[in-house]
Design a binder for this molecule. Structure first.
Ligand code: FAD
Length: 310
């Protein structure tokens, strides 16, 4: 069976491995814009602790090279539609057209940073979004938590697991309720509700957060709540249902609402995730795809048998 995987992050790469080993023809599309490209180290993936994201991908590709049934396209898929014969027609940005019998969307998500001057220089170096990924390296330091949403108290409570020296900034975007302020005081978390004017520190290393009033707060790194959305519109083009939280809906085993289309990794959750989970999702979706293919073959045989007996 010809399976196209769109997205070559941990989810797509691991799905490619499992599908290649199940003797499918795998077409792996990737435009090489992974979300974690901004960071130097990937943590929490056993046997790969601290690996550079680029090295992780290189190792994965080396392993896939052993399988002649995996074909790689370093290209952006811009269009996908279902044809009358049930196959999918994909088009890349450069105009290449490719047909596949099954599709696996592993496109990850697009992340936008809140509008704080200079934040992109620090993101991935000393400011991160996921404490489970990068909290350990920041443990016991004086940290900034920048969050414009309503999750301030819960976020501070989580990050206290790594450091008790916390400064929370709402960047003037949300008002903390008096009960929230009380909880933060009880937790020993300092909070600031005015807009952030600038971040200061050399080579991506945060040293101070400067508020609009000119007040400077010393911090040696921190966490920021970022905004997420789909990486593109392929799921919508194909008629896949979206989940309430914004990811592509799936049945818990990677099957989307459209037969023959599967999803894995960050694309299905739109919430902080980890590479090892994305890789696991890729495996799960690949197994569902293979089992569904086996089931359709079985159904065809059963139909033949029934026809020959009548
Ligand atoms: C700053 C930062 C630090 C992180 N640190 C860690 C960490 O320490 N440990 C950890 O486990 N996780 C970490 N993560 C999270 C982790 O990187 C993601 O959870 C993981 O990469 C998700 O894998 P994925 O395969 O679903 O998506 P991605 O890795 O995002 O891969 C998706 C791929 O699909 C490609 N793509 C998208 N659309 C198309 C298209 N239309 N055509 C072709 N290709 C397409 C993209 O270019 C990309 O290569 C971090 C994330 C960030 C932002």
């Amino acid at each position: 069976m010809i399976v196209a995987i769109i997205g070559g992050g941990p989810a797509g790469l691991n799905a490619a491995l499992v599908l290649a080993r199940a003797n499918h023809q795998v077409l792996l599309f990737d435009n090489q814009k992974p979300r974690n490209a901004v960071t130097g180290h990937m943590h929490g993936f056993i046997t790969r602790e601290g690996i550079a994201p680029g090295k992780f991908r290189r190792l994965a590709h080396q392993e896939l090279e052993r399988y002649p049934n995996v074909k790689r396209y370093y290209a952006t898929v811009v269009d996908a539609k279902r044809m009358s014969d049930g196959t999918f027609l994909l088009a890349t940005k450069k105009g290449r057209q490719v047909r596949a019998e099954r599709l696996l969307l592993a496109t990850g998500l697009k992340e936008t940073l809140p509008q704080i001057q200079g934040l992109s220089r620090y993101y991935g170096k000393s400011i991160f979004s996921c404490p489970y990924c990068d909290g350990y390296e920041l443990r016991n330091k004086q940290l900034a938590i920048m969050t414009e949403g309503s999750n301030a108290v819960a976020l501070a409570a989580t990050i206290q697991q790594w450091s008790k020296r916390l400064h929370l900034f709402t960047n003037g975007k949300s008002k903390l309720q008096s009960s929230e302020q009380e909880l933060l005081r009880l937790m020993g978390v300092a909070f600031y509700q005015e807009p952030i004017h600038a971040l200061v520190g050399p080579n991506g290393k945060l040293r101070q957060v400067v508020l609009q009033s000119g007040k400077r707060i010393a911090c040696s790194g921190g966490f920021v709540s970022t905004y997420w959305k789909h990486a593109g519109s392929l799921a919508e083009q194909l008629g896949c249902k979206l989940a309430e939280h914004g990811g592509i809906w799936q049945d818990g085993k990677g099957r989307t609402s459209v037969a023959g289309i599967y999803v894995a990794g960050d694309a299905m959750s739109i919430s902080p995730a980890q590479a090892v989970l994305a890789a696991g999702d890729g495996v799960r979706a690949a197994i569902s795809l293979n089992q569904d293919a086996a089931q359709s073959l079985l159904n065809e045989h059963a139909k033949h048998l029934q026809n020959s007996q009548t």
